[in-house]
Design a protein around this ligand. Sequence first.
Ligand code: WTA
Length: 632
Amino acid sequence: MQITSFEQYQEVYQQSVNEPEQFWGSIAENFVWKKKWDNVLSWNFTEPNIKWFEGAKLNITENCLDRHLLTDGDKPAIIWEPNSPEDDSVTLTYKMLHEQVCRFANVLKRNGAQKGDRICIYMPMVPELAIAVLACARIGAVHSVVFGGFSAKSIADRINDAACKLVITADGAYRGNKQIPLKDVIDDALIGCSTVEKCIVLTHVRTPVSMLKGRDVWWEDEVKHVNNVCEAEEMDAEDLLFILYTSGSTGKPKGVVHTCGGYMVYAGYTFSNVFNYQPGEVYFCTADIGWITGHSYIVYGPLSQGATSLIFEGIPTFPTPSRFWDIVEKHKVNTLYTAPTAIRSLMGFGDEPLVGKDLSSIRVLGSVGEPINEEAWHWFDEKIGHQKAPIVDTWWQTETGGIMISPIATVTPTKPSFATLPLPGIQPILVDENGNEIEGNGVNGNLCIKFPWPGMLRTTYGDHERCKLTYFSTYENLYFTGDGCLRDEDGYYRITGRVDDVLNVSGHRIGTAEVENAINMHAGVVESAVVGYPHDVKGQGIYAFVIFPAMHGDVELTKKDILQTVTRVIGAIAKPDKVLFVSGLPKTRSGKIMRRILRKIAEGDISNLGDISTLLDPNVVQEIIERASEKK
Ligand code: WTA
């Protein structure tokens, strides 16, 4: 299944386009099925209705665990590196992981979980998070992992949207020198969640928490009551595997739905190829399992290929900015997959943190989540890869389930800041505003995909219409990514960023409308508008223009209050970097906020604001410009 030369890539790609069903059918043969499919693919993009491997039966955990037991049972499946280097790392072999997943799957059953039930997971980056995820999959329950940085309200919204029956959490999480009180946050969230019957709590930071009688149980107690034998539930290829919430242009995050068969094939195939994973290698993805990168390339992709997946609780700069390099040296990491934000932030510390670190084990480097600028690309290449490790700049999305456009390590010639070429089976197309295809090279357009792939989303949970509207209605018969893209003279793709109202802050997707809704919850705020602006480390920063008429007293204090409100409503990741109080917002006569103008002001580029004569009150623009420049 691994492609080993560029010529082979070109052949395989052609075949995958000419005969997609044969192509994916033969890839799927590399996985374990309880029953093979009747039909590889049936689809239309109008409803949309997409089915891969119809009629097939499987359980993804048999592919991630059981099938490796005989040959690789004693091989490390997961290596966990804790927040503090003074604490010990933990290694779970495939045998151990299998046993723990089965045991915890029985705990889930014991607490009333059944096939099809939704289970919310809000946990630190510990091996038990992977165990919880796999245990859900083992019994056919649908996991909805919520990143540990989200607020109680965000969690409650997600739990209610999916009507989750169970919650799995921990007492707390470590994040550098901070502790996050996960259970307290869950307690707040659950006040508004009537569907939740049980909450399973892992002891991790050993902080006191309150346990509600009848609802809350300890992980450590529960596992004592069950054995470690748990048959894998037989799942239909199109049964739900998980829901993962992501931001869009409206205020409400949507639950992206992935199903068992296609997702498994796609995550496994892309992992094996993009990273050119070789048996015995240590693969380190620095993402959190709470994001899609963690789902596909910490858990399911690597484990389905029998890889050793290193997971890390903590941050790149704690206790020192050498943390990643120490981990690489300690565990002889062969592949490092991280985000441009982390690279830029570490780059900012200069060469000192790298002195004396042995990075010679590194063979492949990867980047994900946001465009990587050339400077960061070169730094990564020179300082970390010593110009010997190919960098795979992987473009994809929560909705795509796996990597779509990316170099294949050791195969595709790379180019700084370019995601390069589509993987086999992926048919990208650039279109103009009207949906007309932009052909040829050296062109820019909106990135769409014209043919289904096994890892694509099937729906948005509980609201199929929204899935259709968001992804399949902008352009007829195309999946619209929301990204702008350049195809250069060589036919290489470079993703230029979102073309909708979604920000990408430190590689995290945040909807401007969501942040505005949060700011507007502050009692003094009448209205707000949020835009992104270029940020040296985060890629994009959040700039909020806020109307707050009754401002008495301390402006800084009011700003703090507003930031606090956003933290409470969404989470600290959505906190604006800049808040500017204004008396009005630039609006058209029909009341629409002209974000284009605000974006220009936020970028500090007021030379060309375009036509502002159509504004309801053109004077507000001058006022905002003045206030913005005072602020600097
Ligand atoms: C952006 C993360 C440029 C893009 C896997 C996309 C990228 C959004 C890249 C999805 C890349 C992701 N180069 N931009 N290599 N990878 N993006 O759903 O805007 O968290 O639409 O999935 O991140 O973010 P998501």
